[in-house]
Design a protein around this ligand. Structure first.
Ligand code: CP
Length: 309
């Protein structure tokens, strides 16, 4: 059986194209499974997984939990806000205490960049990064590419624009790595204050005119403005941001072609995207969420195959 080339899923930058192909082929199988009347397989009955969330999440947390249950793994859930982290316990102490309960795989979301890499060097378990600060969110990028492939038949050769707050986005960085690995061309579009200075070094072109960016692309992946990561003002007002970078039906209709609209969630309706676009036939936002379960089942299953019992 084919195996992943990495011991953990810490970021897309550690993956090869063959790893993405393997994850997608495995996800195809699990997508068929989760659409059966009996949605569960006994594959991981001997595996225990800890979901450690040091930062808020709706989609990623529920999606991982459902993926683990569909694979019949035993799971324990940890949320920092209700834990002894509040009493000053360190990350390593917290995780080592959890691992002494014989945990095989740790899924972790953490506000600090590199938290997953740090953990992988200090604990004896498979680590899956569920988002580390403004760095990487690998399973989101995998489910995004998988959804593009499902909708357009391939990722190779497609033009994808990522719109909005690129500076604070782990989704943007992981998507850039994943899309380029599969042969897509990527542009970013947003206020210059929300575009990282290093962006062109990643082989990504910048377009600050939204209409031109949309006219160029096959797919627009729209991001949320991450106010919680901003300690200064990056643009004059939400109203101005929406006027310049908000996606609405009028601008899409003016393109004379149908592009695919994506959003990783959570959506700020009426800010970066209007409801009539988010809920339109052009939008694959809920397909992304559905595909997230199959992708996470695939990643967990493939990493579990490397565990020797
Ligand atoms: N897309 C995403 O990561 O959403 P959550 O923050 O709700 O998990």
């Amino acid at each position: 059986m084919k195996q992943l080339s990495t011991d953990h899923l810490l970021g897309i930058k550690y993956l090869k194209k063959e790893d993405i192909d393997l994850i997608f082929n495995t996800a195809d199988h699990f997508k068929e499974v989760i659409n059966r009347p009996i949605k569960k397989v006994p594959s991981l009955r001997d595996i225990t997984i800890a979901n450690l969330f040091f930062e808020n999440s709706t989609r990623t947390k529920l999606s991982f939990e459902l993926a683990e249950k569909r694979l019949s793994a035993d799971i324990i859930n940890f949320s920092a806000s209700q834990s002894s982290v509040k009493k000053g316990e360190t990350l390593i102490d917290t995780v080592n205490n959890i691992l002494s309960m014989k945990v095989d795989i740790v899924v972790m979301r953490h506000p600090n960049v590199g938290a997953g890499v740090f953990l992988s060097k200090h604990v004896n378990a498979k680590i899956i990064n569920a988002g580390d600060g403004a760095h990487e969110h690998p399973t989101q990028a995998l489910l995004d590419s998988y959804s593009i492939k499902e909708t357009l038949g391939t990722v190779k050769g497609k033009k994808v624009v990522i719109i909005g707050d690129i500076l604070h986005s782990r989704v943007a960085l992981s998507n850039i790595f994943a899309l380029q690995l599969q042969g897509a061309t990527v542009k970013v579009c947003g206020p210059t204050t929300l575009l990282p200075k290093y962006i062109s070094s990643l082989g990504v072109k910048v377009e600050t005119n939204l209409k031109k960016a949309l006219a160029w692309c096959d797919v627009a992946n729209v991001l949320r403005v991450q106010h919680e990561r901003m300690d200064i003002k990056y643009f004059p007002s939400i109203r101005e941001y929406t006027q310049l970078f908000g996606i609405n039906k009028e601008i899409l209709d003016s393109l004379g072609k149908k592009i695919v609209i994506m959003h990783p969630g959570p959506i700020n309706r009426g800010v970066e995207i209007t409801s009539d676009v988010a809920d339109s036939k052009q939008s694959i936002i809920l397909n992304q969420v559905e595909n997230g379960v199959a992708i996470r089942m695939a990643v967990i299953y493939l990493l579990a195959q490397q565990i020797k019992k």
